[in-house]
Design a protein around this ligand. Structure first.
Ligand SMILES: Nc1ncnc2c1ncn2[C@@H]1O[C@H](COP(=O)(O)OP(=O)(O)OP(=O)(O)O)[C@@H](O)[C@H]1O
Ligand SMILES: [Mg+2]
Length: 510
């Protein structure tokens, strides 16, 4: 039987989980016996393009930061390449190496890993979702589904029990922040709304501490500790250590060594809280936003579920207690909940005949309703009644936070007499934008061959449907003739990754 696998592809740490024989998810440790693996890739100079992934790569940041790549998740879907010597790597190639390492290590104890559910932040753009699926394919995995990280975590929390009512999932990891409102009753999880920031997490806090290191070193020695971002990476592990110590103690210190000599940097928890207060305040603003989107009040939230390593920072907990007046729930390991939930989801969406009877009966108790993570629309020409001018605007067809699967139809009209073609555009945005400047264009195509000689004002139906497989199907239909233009935005439909594959060599698993 093939393994049912969930992978949390994190900005800083990744984890892999499988569904066991009785339908319970379990984390599979890596070859070093660690339950989470740093999402860091090192290309050693003498290894002819081969790569090392995980802890060994993270350690290389101290001595070869120029040959180490990290936080690739934050660039997923961007038109961007990393360069190491003459080699270029896309963010999805780097992510694929991390996925490959996780699958390869898990296979040592669990047998071959052929397919997986991979998690993404709830506010990930469509291009970043597609890039995540591409990364899976490059790693040799069939990505059966992708699932939003807070949704996966909520699913896991629900399966272990003791969660009910309207809950808020606060997910603060290494590089992204997501906040989600969901209704949970027993093992039935209904997502209501999500908001997030794709660049807010523990790495920001580490960078703040690097700033303190630099400042104190200059004061002591009148010399800089580092003079580039790359140079600062040498001290990242010290910064992370100090941050973690401050989660346990009121005061902590680390020894750092620079060219002018060593220095002990000591900090109090209060000083650290001051450093990160802007970031934590931003998460509070996003909580306000998601409560608005869910049309509810602070008092409607019965439980707060913590997810992500950065929620171990005591200041996070005190901030949440101040807002909600209740203690957040910490019933799970905050680093592992997302991968475990993804493995449950792999079981929930498994094709018939894949599950054994114990797994089937575990899955029948679970129900999940997720929502559309973005607004989707099309560009239309509209008459401005005040200026009399024709303006291009974005018209929303599918609203964010609509329960999946969903479908909606809007009717538009041809602009001019004798019009035989129209431009069909599919857009995406985090907010219900009307200005085309603020939307991402996902697809653009000409729909030609409409009959000539017709007057303006012919009806065009635009139907967008979004299914459980994260696939969006769009139809632009000329009502009179029934002719239509169709587009399927299918993150699974990765056409050709062979060029990317050719550029990747096998990597060493230590
Ligand atoms: N005890 C702790 N105190 C403070 N921060 C911690 C602690 N333990 C872990 N972290 C931080 O949590 C972050 C990792 O959390 P997690 O693994 O949930 O993130 P991720 O999945 O890599 O990122 P993301 O979900 O944003 O993509 C790191 O920045 C790490 O330094
Ligand atoms: Mg995470």
């Amino acid at each position: 039987m093939s393994n049912l696998v969930g992978i949390d592809l994190g900005t800083t740490f990744s984890a892999i989980a499988v569904l066991d024989e009785i339908g319970k998810p379990e984390i599979v440790p890596n070859a070093d016996g660690e339950r989470i693996t740093p999402s860091v890739v090192h290309f050693p100079e003498d290894e002819d393009g081969k790569s090392l992934v995980g802890d060994i790569a993270k350690k290389a940041l101290v001595y070869r930061a120029d040959r180490v790549l990290q936080c690739a998740k934050q660039r997923m879907g961007d038109d961007f390449k990393y360069t190491i010597e003459d080699c270029e790597y896309s963010p999805q190639q780097i992510s694929s190496l991390i996925l490959k390492k996780l699958a390869q290590d898990a296979a040592l104890t669990k047998g071959p890993i052929e397919s997986a559910v991979i998690t993404v932040p709830a506010n990930f753009r469509e291009s970043a979702r597609k890039a995540t699926m591409d990364a899976g394919k490059l790693a040799g995995l069939e990505v059966t589904h992708i699932i939003n990280e807070p949704t996966a975590a909520a699913l896991y929390y629900a399966t272990i029990g003791d969660v009910s009512g309207r809950v808020l999932i606060y997910d603060l990891g290494g590089g992204t922040f997501d906040v989600t409102v969901a209704d949970v009753a027993d093992q039935d999880v209904q997502v209501v709304a999500s908001l997030g920031d794709a660049h807010l997490g523990g790495t920001d806090f580490d960078r703040k501490l690097l700033g303190v290191f630099q400042e104190r070193y200059e004061k002591e020695y009148d010399r800089k500790l580092f003079d580039s971002e790359e140079g600062s990476f040498r001290y990242l592990a010290d910064a992370e250590d100090l941050k973690k110590m401050l989660s346990k103690r009121e005061r902590a210190g680390v020894m750092i060594s620079g060219d002018a000599g060593p220095l002990k940097v000591e900090l109090s928890r209060a000083e650290f809280e001051e450093l990160i207060s802007v970031h934590i305040a931003k998460t509070a603003t996003l909580i306000d936003g998601v409560l608005d989107e869910a049309k509810c009040e602070v008092s409607d939230i019965s439980q707060i579920l913590l997810v992500g390593g950065s929620t171990r920072i005591p200041y996070v907990e005190t901030t949440l207690k101040k807002i909600f007046g209740i203690e957040p729930t910490k019933a799970v390991n905050v680093d592992e909940a997302v991968a475990l939930g993804a493995a449950v989801y792999a079981g929930l969406r498994a094709a018939s005949g894949v599950l054994n009877s114990a797994q089937s009966s575990a899955m029948t108790k679970i129900k999940l309703t997720d929502v559309c993570s973005n607004y989707y629309g099309t560009l239309t020409l509209n008459q401005n009644n005040t200026t009399g001018r024709t303006e291009l605007m974005n018209s929303v067809i599918l609203k964010k936070n609509t329960s999946l699967p969903c479908s909606n139809k809007e009717v538009f009209y041809t602009m001019s007499d004798g019009q035989t073609e129209l431009e069909c555009t599919i857009t995406q945005s985090q907010f219900p934008e009307t200005d085309p400047e603020f939307v991402n264009v996902l697809d653009k195509a000409m729909f030609g061959g409409l009959p000539p000689g017709r007057p303006a004002g012919c009806e065009i139906e635009v139907i967008f449907s979004y299914d459980l497989n994260e696939r969006m199907h769009c139809v632009f239909r000329d009502v009179q003739t029934g002719k239509q233009h169709e587009a399927t935005l299918n993150p699974k439909g990765v056409e050709d990754v062979s060029a990317d594959q050719a550029a990747l060599r096998d990597f060493i698993v230590e």
